[in-house]
Design a protein around this ligand. Structure first.
Ligand code: ATP
Ligand code: MG
Length: 622
C-alpha cells in the first residue's frame, strides 16, 4: 500500500536517512521506534509529501486513503467538537443523511473521555491536548486505509489509552505508529521498524521480541565484525610481508584486492554512554515542605475536593495514582499554586521554592534561541561547561547544542525543558507526566537525575518503569479521598492486589482489597462466611495466575520461534550471498558445502515457520 524506496534525507549536513526502503501492506501494524531526533517524524513528513527526499521515492497505492495525527500541534477552528470528529459540519450531516457517522463519532469521542456536554463546544475552546484528542477521534471515524500516528498516547490518560489500544486492535486498516510506550507497542504491533544509523531495520514481533532480536543481532554483528577484522589483518600482514619480493608480489596484490572486495561489516556502535554527573542540588527547605488544610476545590458544579488535607515532608518522592478524573493533576496544580485555593489553606514551608513541570514547559522555550543559549538565559547562569555537561547527559552532544529550538524534535524539546529545570532545581518539584515525548535513553537520564535529587518530589506518571525507579511512596486518589502508602510501588501493588500494573495506576476500588493491619487483627471475630469468601477469592486469583502463566509461556514460545526464524533468515541470506562469490566454485571451493548448509537452513526455516503459525494461532483469543 505504501512503498518507500531508496530514500535519503539530510538536514544541515546531518544524515537522517541513507538509502532506506520500507513496504507497508494492508493489515500491517508497525511500530516505528528510535531515539529522539532519529527522524521518525521526518519520515512521516516524507510519506505525507510535506518534505521531499534528497533522493529516492515514496509512493502510495492509487486510491488508498491516509490519515495522520501530528506529534505536537493540531489546529481547530470554530466547528464543534462533534463536527470536528465527524469531519463535517452539522448542516452537511443533515443534508447527507449520513446516519451512521454521528453515532460512531459520539462513541469514539466517549471512548476518548469526552463528556457529552463537550460535543457542542467549539473545538478551539479546548486545551491543546484535547484538540489532539478530537483530531484523533476524527481519524478513527474516517477510518483511512493507512493511519500514521505520531506518539498518540502522549495526549491520553490511562483509561483512554486502554480504550484506544483496544480500538486499534480491531482497526481494519494498516497502522504505522510512532511510540516510546513499551507496553502499548507490546499489545499492538506485529513488527517494529527501528531507525538506527540512518537505516530502517525491520523486526518481526512486538517490542519485547524486538529487544531480544536486537541484542542477538548486535551480538552477531559484533562477532562477524571481529572475525572480519581478524581476516583483514592477516591478509594485510601477508601483503605487507611479501610486497617487496618480486616472486610473491602478485600474490600480495591479490590479497590486497581481496580486502578491497570484501563487503565491510560496520563496527557496532557502542551504547550511548551515560555520563556520571552530579546535578546541582537545591537549597535545603524546612522539614515540612508544603501543607494543604481543609481545601475545597470545584470546577463549576463539579466538586473535586471537599476537605482536602495533605502534607509533604522534605525529601519524599511520591507518585500520585488513581482513576482518571479523580483529581491528580488538580492536586498538583493546587500544590503549585497554579490553581488558587477556593477555601481552606495552602502553607508553603520554610525556604521552599516550588517548581511545576508539565508539557506546557516546552511552550515556554524561546524558539529563536539555540539549545545552549536557552539554558544560559537566566539571571544567574551556571558556567558554560556545566551547562554543556548536563546537556550532554541528556543526549545533546557536540554541535547539537547550537541547534535552534525551533527545529528540535518533540522529544528534544522536552529534554531541553528538563535540563533547564534540573540546572536550577527548585526544592519542591511537582511533575505532571514528565516522560511524555522522551525516548528510552532520555527517560533513563531523567531517572538518574531524579535519583540524585535531594529536594521533595511529587509526580504523576503512567510509565511503570519510571515510577518503579523513582517513587518511594504512593498516594492513591479516588473521588477526592487520599490514601497514602508508605512504601514503594511494589508495596502499593502488593497491598492493593491489582490485576495488572496498568490497572493499579487507575484502580478506583483497589483500596477495598487492601486490608490495613488493624483489620487483620479483627479477623477472628468475623463469621465463617467471610473466610469462605476469602478462600474462594484466593482460589480464583490462583486460577487466574495459572492461566496468565500459561499464556506467558505460550507467548514466550512464540517469541523464541520468532527469534529463531529471524536468525535462520539471516543465515539463509548470508549463505546465498556467499554463493554469489565466484571463488567458492573454484577447485577446492566450498560451493557444495554451502549449498548443503543452505538447504538444511531452508528446511529448518520452513519447519519453524509452520510451528510459529500454529503457536500464534493458539495465542489468538477465542
Ligand atoms: N528544518 C530543519 N532544519 C534542521 N534540522 C532539522 C529540521 N527539522 C528537523 N531537524 C532535525 O532532524 C532531526 C530529526 O527530527 P524528527 O522530528 O524527525 O525526530 P524524531 O525521531 O521524530 O524525534 P522525537 O522522538 O523527539 O519526536 C532532529 O535532530 C531535528 O532537530
Ligand atoms: Mg517526532
Amino acid at each position: 500500500m505504501l512503498t518507500v524506496s531508496q530514500v535519503s534525507k539530510s538536514f544541515a549536513g546531518r544524515v537522517l536517512f541513507e538509502d532506506v526502503s520500507l513496504q507497508v501492506n494492508r493489515g500491517d501494524r508497525i511500530g516505528l521506534v528510535g531515539p529522539n531526533g532519529a527522524g521518525k517524524s521526518t519520515l512521516f513528513s516524507l510519506i505525507l509529501d510535506e518534505a521531499s527526499p534528497d533522493s529516492g521515492k515514496v509512493s502510495l497505492e492509487k486510491n488508498a486513503t491516509l490519515g495522520y495525527l501530528p506529534q505536537e500541534t493540531a489546529i481547530a477552528g470554530a466547528e464543534s467538537v462533534l463536527e470536528l470528529a465527524c469531519g463535517k459540519s452539522h448542516k452537511e450531516l443533515e443534508d447527507e443523511h449520513d446516519w451512521e457517522i454521528e453515532p460512531k463519532a459520539k462513541r469514539i469521542l466517549s471512548g476518548l473521555a469526552f463528556r457529552e456536554s463537550d460535543f457542542d463546544r467549539p473545538a478551539k475552546a479546548l486545551s491543546g491536548g484535547w484538540i489532539m484528542r478530537a483530531h484523533l477521534a476524527r481519524l478513527l471515524v474516517m477510518e483511512p486505509d493507512l493511519l500514521l500516528l505520531d506518539e498518540p498516547t502522549n495526549h491520553l490518560d490511562l483509561d483512554s489509552l486502554v480504550w484506544f489500544q483496544n480500538y486499534l486492535q480491531n482497526y481494519p486498516g494498516a497502522i504505522l505508529i510512532i511510540s516510546h510506550d513499551r507496553e502499548f507497542l507490546n499489545a499492538l504491533v506485529g513488527s517494529i521498524v527501528e531507525i538506527a544509523q540512518s537505516k530502517l531495520l525491520r523486526y518481526r514481533g512486538n517490542w519485547d521480541s524486538y529487544v531480544e532480536q536486537k541484542a542477538a543481532r548486535e551480538e552477531q554483528q559484533l562477532s562477524a565484525y571481529k572475525n572480519q577484522q581478524k581476516e583483514i589483518a592477516s591478509l594485510q600482514q601477508f601483503a605487507d610481508r611479501f610486497r617487496a619480493k618480486a616472486s610473491k608480489a602478485s600474490q600480495a596484490q591479490s590479497k590486497l584486492k581481496q580486502i578491497d572486495r570484501m563487503e565491510k561489516i560496520a563496527a557496532p556502535t557502542a551504547q550511548a554512554r551515560t555520563i556520571k554527573f552530579r546535578f546541582p542540588q537545591p537549597l535545603r527547605s524546612g522539614l515540612r515542605a508544603i501543607t494543604l488544610k481543609e481545601v475545597r476545590h470545584a470546577y463549576g458544579d463539579l466538586v473535586v475536593y471537599e476537605s482536602l488535607n495533605f502534607e509533604a515532608e522534605r525529601g519524599q518522592r511520591t507518585v500520585l495514582v488513581g482513576p482518571n478524573g479523580a483529581g491528580k493533576s488538580t492536586l498538583l496544580k493546587l500544590l503549585a499554586g497554579i490553581l488558587p485555593v477556593q477555601s481552606g489553606e495552602r502553607q508553603v514551608g520554610h525556604n521552599v521554592r516550588v517548581g511545576y513541570f508539565s508539557q506546557h514547559r516546552v511552550e515556554m522555550l524561546n524558539v529563536r534561541h539555540t539549545v545552549l543559549e536557552s539554558v544560559l538565559d537566566v539571571a544567574e547562569p551556571v558556567s558554560e561547561q556545566t551547562a554543556r555537561t548536563v546537556l550532554g547527559s541528556f543526549l545533546f552532544r557536540g554541535d547539537d547544542v547550537f541547534k535552534t529550538v525551533g527545529v528540535l524534535s518533540g522529544g528534544e524539546k522536552s529534554r531541553l525543558a528538563l535540563v533547564k529545570l534540573l540546572l536550577y532545581p527548585p526544592n519542591l518539584l511537582l511533575m505532571d507526566e514528565p516522560t511524555t515525548h522522551l525516548d528510552v535513553g532520555s527517560i533513563d537520564a531523567l531517572i538518574g537525575a531524579l535519583r540524585q535529587y535531594e529536594g521533595t518530589l511529587i509526580f504523576i506518571s503512567h510509565d511503570v518503569h519510571f515510577i518503579r525507579a523513582i517513587a518511594s511512596s504512593v498516594l492513591h486518589i479516588s473521588v477526592g479521598r487520599l490514601t497514602p502508602y508508605a512504601g514503594d510501588y511494589q508495596y502499593y501493588l502488593d497491598k492493593t492486589e491489582a490485576g495488572s500494573e496498568r490497572a493499579a495506576l487507575t484502580a478506583g476500588n483497589g483500596l477495598t482489597n487492601a486490608q490495613p493491619e488493624i483489620n487483620r487483627l479483627e479477623a477472628p471475630r468475623r463469621g465463617p462466611g467471610l473466610r469462605e469468601q476469602k478462600e474462594q477469592k484466593r482460589a480464583e486469583a490462583e486460577a487466574r495466575k495459572a492461566e496468565a502463566k500459561a499464556k506467558r509461556e505460550r507467548e514466550k514460545r512464540v517469541q523464541e520461534l520468532e527469534m529463531h526464524i529471524a536468525t535462520l533468515e539471516g543465515q539463509q541470506k548470508e549463505l546465498a550471498i556467499e554463493l554469489e562469490d565466484p571463488a567458492v566454485y573454484e577447485a577446492g571451493g566450498r560451493a557444495v558445502a554451502i549449498n548443503r548448509e543452505l538447504s538444511a537452513v531452508s528446511a529448518e526455516l520452513e519447519r519453524r515457520t509452520v510451528e510459529w503459525e500454529k503457536a500464534t494461532a493458539e495465542l489468538a483469543p477465542g
